[in-house]
Write a protein that binds this ligand. Structure first.
Ligand code: SAM
Length: 221
């Protein structure tokens, strides 16, 4: 009975809860952080907080800003850690929202344009060259776009640092089955061609589920 619960019933219950919670409009889409819309699962925000405190990144870069809640969240953690103001939080969005434009924090830098635009990439590379930081991909979730982001931004991840591909739960993994190939499929292709990164599954599995499951990558070579 114990092994039936562990192997079949528990994973099924977790998947069903993940699905129900994600597709309920009253849950995460309504969350805000210090007044800013934040499109994240709170369990994942807990993991980010632990990573930032433990690993002390010299920058945090997120593609896809939306309301800016994640940018405010990351910068407020760095503020509470008394991190140097040289530790920047950089956000890139194809169209910065009015709400994101109101963020006032010296460490926050917002860039408008596509994350895969060569000029934007050059600007970002100049800003973070030689630094050890955390890179998070949360913009256009189509497989092709995420794969292109992975191919570009993995070069800016230092040894031992993290590259997080968000929303790997799309396309029936287990949410939004009709989405089509997305972040999870892009991660699978990327990892099959690149042995410098591994998925850090122990990180999120202790919380039972993550919107970014299998997307918490770490550079090991
Ligand atoms: C899922 S939302 C980001 C949520 C945000 N990171 C958060 O945690 O609250 C996706 C954002 O990606 C932006 N976006 C879409 N295509 C993009 C692209 N090619 N480059 C940069 N941003 C893009 C959209 O404008 C939107 O604001």
């Amino acid at each position: 009975m114990k092994s039936l619960i562990k192997k079949i019933i528990s994973p099924l219950v977790i998947k069903c809860f993940h699905y129900l919670w994600w597709q309920s409009t009253g849950t995460w889409p309504k969350n805000t952080y210090l007044g800013y819309e934040i499109l994240q699962c709170p369990l994942d925000l807990q993991l980010y907080q632990e990573i930032i405190f433990r690993e002390k990144p010299e920058f945090i870069l997120q593609t896809g800003v939306c309301g800016g809640g994640s940018i405010v969240y990351f910068s407020s953690i760095l503020d509470m850690m008394n991190a140097s103001t040289d530790t920047k939080v950089i956000g890139i969005d194809i169209e910065l929202s009015e709400q994101a434009k109101t963020i006032k924090n010296d460490r926050v830098l917002l860039l408008e344009g596509s994350s895969t635009d060569q000029e934007i990439f050059k600007t970002v590379t100049k800003l973070i060259e030689g630094k050890k930081g955390l890179i998070i991909l949360d913009s256009d979730h189509s497989k092709d776009h995420v794969y292109e982001e992975l191919s570009m931004y993995n070069k800016l991840v230092a040894l031992g640092c993290r590259l997080v591909v968000e929303d790997t739960n799309l396309n029936g993994n287990p949410v939004y089955p009709a989405f089509g190939p997305g972040p999870f499929e892009a991660v699978c292709d990327f990892l099959s061609e690149n042995d410098k990164f591994i998925p850090d599954d122990n990180l999120w599995k202790r919380n039972l589920f993550s919107f970014h499951q299998y997307g918490w990558l770490k550079r090991i070579k």
